[in-house]
Design a binder for this molecule. Sequence first.
Ligand code: DLL
Length: 432
Amino acid sequence: MIWNETKECMSRDELTCLQNARLVKLVDRVYHNVEYYRKKMQAVGLEPGDIRGIEDLPKLPFTTKDDLRETYPFGLFAVPLSQITRIHASSGTTGKATVVGYTRHDLDIWSECVARCITMAGLGKNDIIQVAYGYGLFTGGLGAHYGVEKMGATVVPMSTGNTKKLINMMIDFGVTGIMCTPSYLLHIAEVIDEMGVKDKIKLKASINGAEPWTENMRKQIEQKLGIHAHDIYGLSEVMGPGVAADCWLHKGLHIQEDHFLPEIVDRTTLEPLPDGQTGELVISTLTKEGIPLVRYRTKDLTSITHEPCECGRTTARLAKFTGRSDDMLIIRGVNVFPSQIEAALLEMDETTPHYRMIVDRVNNLDTLEIQVEVEERYFSDEIRELEKLSKKIAHVIQQAIGLAVKVKLVEPNSIERSEGKTQRVIDKRKLE
Ligand code: DLL
């Protein structure tokens, strides 16, 4: 809920007014503090005074992951490093990660945004919440963690890994809320069944995100665990979890519009689309100090509505995400680009760049198998040599993408060649 000075929910007019003022400040800030942005704006003949409010937004150039890569690591930071309190990073399309920095103020706003999402899920100060997103450079763990603390509930920082231990603690501590990826929660539900401890679980609600999931998956989670499952969206470039989340009505994700200005644009023409039409979500960060972004292309596909929600919140709502406009995969919550695999294979003498990625979901956990063509001579070697080579390749790929993979070596020319776009990825996960 976004409150005005009289502690009432802000009206749309009040929100628009706030967004206009914040957008003007954002443009001024990036123009004067980030050389890269200044040059980008000058290249299209723009000065800060040309932007007087959200109506002028389409005049501004877009920002993409490539811009972050080109300015790696700190080139888009708008404050000196001495004012950066924390750094997070996520996979880039090739070797380099995209790096984001937060000032103390950014971290406070992030916690506030996550706290609002927890409130939307009906959890409060008296709840005990397990955070089972990964802790570390990924924004999921720490982002959720400080949100729980900010809202005054009790946080159990589980991270990912040991599911039985997580369940035992869930029982012993009387955990009432959990934040993790939806596929992991389905896996947890299965292990709870296997352990035969469902009647000992006090869970009321979950807050799930970091990967695409469907309404059907939400219902499955709710049925299996007897809880309310909520969707939370975010991306590290823009902040991390907490950019948007759904309320108890599950009629779209309320975007925190006082901090994030959304647009939906056509994925090919990049022209703004009206409410209800699916396109790419573009976000301008209205309050961020560390790494403010203007018109950031998230590559996530959704639509928007400004119709008021029956819950009383006045913020716009995003439809459940239907996919991405690029080839990024999310495997066990980790963002993976096929180009990362290709780059890793090209660095090795033993391999050819002919490969295929088979993504599957077994017991609600994602698996990734990489089939790689190697020269004929390896197949005439001893089987031990072949095993050694596949372990070596698996290690190199794991170093590159941060995810354990299974490697299957295949004979030359066994992976189908194509004259057009080669199908590198076979994603067998069915999101129903
Ligand atoms: O996944 C931040 C996050 C952590 C969000 C925990 C929610 C919960 P990144 O690693 O930068 O950040 O990945 C961002 O994940 O562009 C989407 O493609 C996808 N994504 C995140 N949340 C959702 C969601 C975190 N609720 C990328 N539904 C985004 C669908 C999601 N896709």
